[in-house]
Structure formats: structure tokens, C-alpha cells
Design a protein around this ligand. Structure first.
Ligand code: AHR
Length: 352
């Protein structure tokens, strides 16, 4: 039988939760900097990487080739829009945008196409994290600096200029810590049975968020009663939740690796005549609609993931082009959204 543990008053405070912060350097607009036209080869950084973005064709702009994951989620739509808004002539850029439609093989070809087109810098938001070494080496051999954004890659760090985006495992740890604190603040002694909706298998967004739960569950005595990918989409999230519900198993927690799958899971619960408010629902991202669902009591916590990377990546490109040292890895500033701060957070939430 489902436990009505959500009826217990929420006693968590924001101070009790750990936040993950990392440097988020605010760059100056150096689009008119004359160094943008210099040779792209510079003294190697600590990893041995020696390329920086330059206006090599002398058109006064830096052409960014963006190899995007797809259009699977509200997060992705906001992420794409932040690139389209920022990488414009007025900011000293031209954007070539390629959408991989969540197809890891197509995306590898997309990056090869960007190399062949001779773009001046590549931004790769990888669908999955494997098989990239040869392509990153091709970009390096072609003298095109490559930035990894959104999802990290497990490759040698002399194959790319910098990574900017979320720390996916930390996001998972934030969610797990919230659940631990909720359980202890409310003296919950019932068994914790978790339905786990995973993102695209092999993406670091899935790997990091899954690892955090997999690492924490045994030590906390939590049971993961179902673990299935919903590929970061609402439709697939609904589909996998429906197939779980048909099994008739007990559960009281949903750990869903993005907001879109959470919307699908909530739809599935409601279609099955179940009240989402009777379950602890954990989500990731922080779309405006999801934050509203926190306010409405449908979602309990969202571990934030910042999609508005365009201007922040642009600042890093400008800094590197101006000869400044940039960090090899910079994580977005991310926390969590629950009933203690949702009313404030919705004012600046992304998307619709
Ligand atoms: O890599 C970021 C993840 O990808 C977001 O959490 C998800 O919504 C998106 O599809």
C-alpha cells in the first residue's frame, strides 16, 4: 500500500542542505579585441592544449559551430535559445547550429561537418560520453579549438579547451541529501521504495545523477524497485511510469532525472487514479512549470541544472581569445528548489 508520508509537515530548511557552487567567471565583451584575429595557436595550458578561438578568416566575427544534443526537453529548448540569443553579430559572433536529435552517431558526424566547414570554434554538448577521442583529435589537428558544454566527457583533457556546465553527480548528491534530510526531519521509518526514471543512458547527466542514487541507496536502506530510462522526454517518462504502475508494486518515492520525465510520470499517476501528492517526487532542472508544481505540492524538490549557458560560454571564449587563462572545468552555479524557496525561485526560473 502506498504510504502517505508526504502528508507529514516539511521541516527542512535551506541551510540544512548542501549546495554545489563553482566559479562562474563573468567575462567582458572583447568582440572588438584585435587579438581575436591572431593565430589560434598559443602556449599550451597545463593539460598541453594550445588552441584558443580566433577570427581566423578576418570577417570580424568568431564563427561558433554548436553541436547540440537535440530538442528533447524544456531545458534543451532554453539552452538552445540562450546560444541563439547570444552568438549574434552584435556580440562579435556567428552561429552554425546543428541538432543531433539525441542520436550519438549523428552528432559525431555533425562535429566532423563543423570541422569540414572550418568554423573557428566548436561547442560540443555531447549526447553520450563515449567514442569522442578520434573526433576531438581531428578538431585539434584542424586547429579548431573545442569547448565541451552541458555534459562532460571522459577523455584526456588535452583534447579540449574547457568544459562549462553542470556537475551532474553533485546535482544527484543534492537530491539524495534532500531525501535523507526529509526522511530524518519527518521521522519516517517506513521502507523507502524508489521508482527511478533515468535520462539518456550513457550521457553524463544520466550517469552522474544515477551514480548519486545508486551510491546512496544501500547505505540508507532504500530500495530502488524500478530503474528504467525515459530518455529525458515527457512521452517516454509517462510510458515507463505506466508500465511500472501495471506491475502493481509498492513505491513511495519517484527520482526522475529531469522535469519532462517528471511531468510524464505525474500524468501516468493521475491517469491511474493516483494522487501525486501522496508520493515524494524528486526532479532535476528547474523549468518554470516544474517550479510551479513545487509551489502546488506536486513535486517536492528539484535539483537545479542551469541551461542558460550561451552567454557564459561566450564570456569564456572572449577571455581565451584575449589571452586570459581560463579554467579547464567550470561548473554552473546550482542548488535546489523545494517548498522553502520555490516562490522566490519561480521569479527567475527559465522556460515556460
Ligand atoms: O544535460 C542536461 C539534461 O539534458 C537536462 O537535465 C535534461 O532536461 C536535458 O535533456
Amino acid at each position: 500500500m502506498n504510504l502517505k508520508i508526504k502528508k507529514i509537515a516539511l521541516a527542512l530548511t535551506g541551510a540544512a542542505m548542501s549546495l554545489s557552487f563553482a566559479a562562474c567567471s563573468a567575462g567582458t565583451d572583447s568582440s572588438t579585441d584585435p587579438t581575436r584575429g591572431d593565430d589560434s595557436t598559443v602556449a599550451a595550458d597545463d593539460s598541453g592544449y594550445n588552441l584558443v578561438p580566433r577570427d581566423s578568416n578576418g570577417d570580424g566575427l568568431i564563427t561558433l559551430g554548436f553541436a547540440q544534443v537535440g530538442a528533447e526537453s524544456g531545458w534543451r529548448t532554453a539552452n538552445t535559445q540562450s546560444y541563439k540569443d547570444y552568438f549574434v553579430e552584435a556580440n562579435g559572433f556567428k552561429l552554425v547550429f546543428l541538432d543531433a536529435n539525441q542520436d550519438a552517431d549523428k552528432q559525431k558526424q555533425d562535429v566532423r561537418d563543423l570541422i569540414a566547414q572550418g568554423v573557428e570554434v566548436i561547442d560540443l554538448a555531447p549526447v553520450t560520453d563515449s567514442g569522442w577521442e578520434p573526433i576531438l583529435q581531428e578538431a585539434k589537428d584542424a586547429g579548431i579549438p573545442l569547448i565541451v558544454s552541458d555534459r562532460q566527457l571522459s577523455v584526456s583533457d588535452d583534447l579540449y579547451l574547457t568544459y562549462f556546465g553542470g556537475n551532474m553527480e553533485e546535482e544527484g548528491k543534492t537530491a539524495v541529501k534532500w531525501l535523507q534530510d526529509y526522511i530524518s526531519a519527518n521521522n519516517i521509518s517506513d521502507p523507502i521504495n524508489i521508482v527511478h526514471l533515468q535520462g539518456t543512458i550513457g550521457s553524463t547527466a544520466q550517469k552522474g545523477r544515477t551514480k548519486a542514487l545508486d551510491d546512496a541507496a544501500p547505505g540508507n536502506g532504500w530500495n530502488v524497485v524500478y530503474q528504467q530510462t525515459g530518455e529525458f522526454t515527457q512521452a517516454k517518462g509517462q510510458e515507463v511510469m505506466e508500465s511500472f504502475l501495471q506491475q502493481g508494486k509498492d513505491f513511495n518515492v519517484i527520482y526522475s532525472e529531469n522535469d519532462d520525465m517528471t511531468y510524464g510520470a505525474i500524468d501516468a499517476l493521475q491517469a491511474a487514479g493516483k494522487d501525486p501528492k501522496e508520493y515524494i517526487i524528486i526532479s532535476f532542472d528547474g523549468n518554470k512549470s516544474a517550479v510551479q508544481m513545487v509551489i502546488d505540492g506536486l513535486i517536492d524538490v528539484i535539483a537545479e541544472c542551469d541551461p542558460l549557458l550561451g552567454p557564459q560560454v561566450g564570456a569564456l571564449i572572449n577571455q581565451a581569445a584575449a589571452g586570459q587563462t581560463i579554467a579547464k572545468v567550470t561548473y554552473s552555479q546550482e542548488g535546489f528548489i523545494d517548498s522553502t524557496n520555490a516562490v522566490e525561485k519561480i521569479k527567475t526560473a527559465f522556460g515556460s
